[in-house]
Structure formats: C-alpha cells, structure tokens
Design a protein around this ligand. Sequence first.
Ligand code: CP
Length: 310
Amino acid sequence: MATGYFFSHRHILGIDELSKDDILHILDTADSFKEISARPIKKVPTLRGHTVINLFYEPSTRTRLSFEIAAKRMSADTFNISPSTSSATKGETLIDTARNISAMHPDIIIVRHSFSGAPHMLSRYVNAAVINAGDGAHEHPSQGLLDMMTVKEHKGRLNDLKIAIIGDISHSRVAHSAIEGFTTMGSEVHVFGPATLLPKGLEQLGAKVCTSMEEVVRDADVVMTLRIQLERQNDPLLPSLREYSRRFGVSQKMMSLAKPDALVMHPGPVNRGVELMPEVADSTQSVILNQVTNGVAVRMALLYLVMGNS
Ligand code: CP
C-alpha cells in the first residue's frame, strides 16, 4: 500500500470507484474483523450509537442478513425496510423515501434496487453514507469484495490468476464488480456465456471473451458461475434450462480442465443442476460457503470505514 494512504470514500457505490490500495485496505480491515464472528460473544462496541438502515427493493438472503449481522456485531442499531411493507406501495418515490429516511438522521443507508444508479442518486439526497447492495445489472461492490477476500485467503494473492466467469454476464452485477475488482488487482478475467447474454464492451472493462467452455475453464485458478437472472429478461434470450445446463453448466468433467486446485465460486442463490452441478457445488473445491462467511467480515469493514469518513 502506498505511503500516506488513507481511505477517503464517504459512500461505497461501486468497485469502479476503488483503487488497488482501497481494495487492499478494505480486505485487510475485513481480515481483522473476521475473528469477531468466531468469538463466543460476537459483539464489539465500534458502531455503538450509530443507526444503519437496510433499504432493499429487491429480495435478498445473503446480502441483507449479512449487512444486518455485521452492523449488530458492531453494536449499531439496525432497521430493515422492504417495499412491500413501506409507503413505496402507496406510490412514494425513491427520492421522497430517501429524504424522509434522512430526516430521521440515520448514519448509513444500505440500498438494493432494480435500477442501475439508484444508490448513486440516493447519495446525492441524503446526509447518511450510502452503500450499494446491488443496483440493477450494474454493480454489487460488497459481493466483489467478498469474492476477492475469499480468493486471497485460498490463493495467497490477487494478481496473476486466471478467473473464469461463466453465465449470464449481461444481467450480472456480480460479474461486473468481479471484472472491475480482479482486473484492478492484476488478474485476468475470462468470461463465457450464451452470445445473447454477453454485453458489448467487456474487453474495454479488461475481460477476455472466450468462445467455448473448454477455453474459459482451461487452467483457471477460479471458476465462478452465475445464476441465470430470469427476472431481468424481458425477451427470451436463453435456450431451455436443460439446453443451458448442457452447454454452460459447470460439471466435474469441465472442472478437470481447470487447475487441480481451482476454486469453485458462486454468489448464490445456486440453481443446482442448471449453471452448477450439485457434485461440483458440494465438492472440496467449492468455497461457496466461505464466500458467505467472508461477506459478514467485508460488510463489517465497509460499515466501519464509511463511518470513519462521516
Ligand atoms: N449474492 C447475493 O447477492 O445474494 P442475495 O441476493 O441472497 O443477497
């Protein structure tokens, strides 16, 4: 890390805004917080007296729960708002909702929304720090960071690795954050998926677009599969799920082309037997549950670091 470095971000909106030093600093901070979750009493007073609001306009299991656990383990007061039980059902706009929440003086708002850029817009209307928990098909920065933390733990580094990402790249905010993060850290990201689900401009982001499963998986250090996001597809862009599984599903046979110690990753939720075969998801190479564990540590680090810049 460069001498004189300090973490200057008030909001966490995307990995595209983070430098290599920022990423290393977040991962080091997460590493130092990780042991708290292994203690018999999993609580420190770091964020006592601070208010954290989870504003999730889309479903979530891992992200919402781990942000809430992270905040509670740091003694913050946490509150969850979902559209089905909020005044969004009565037609209130996101900006009005944000202004009203802001009037109650929260310290941090964590937001997930189907519109790309919603957290960026929110950050201009509220006094609180804003953390993006996934915006449309744009970014999911805390997921990208927990992915990098997991790879660093297992490989000891984040540079000079071949990261293979397979699936619905177009609709995947996870893929976009991973491409940004791993290329910033000096690894090569190779992507493959149905031609209809590979957006233009991937090369400009630093990814290499492959033309076959064999090409993307061969000699990979990490094989990351993505969930098919049927909820984001207005037109049928896929063959049948059976056909998808046959052509793009990661099987043991396919994994035999990767490095012997390659990691299997998936952001969850997994469509078992579609993008990832159950025997691969449950194999010794799979670090899917390590990703979830690291999600709590990364989110503790993010809450701590944005409060440091409040
Ligand atoms: N990885 C992820 O974002 O999972 P959730 O949708 O369950 O939060």
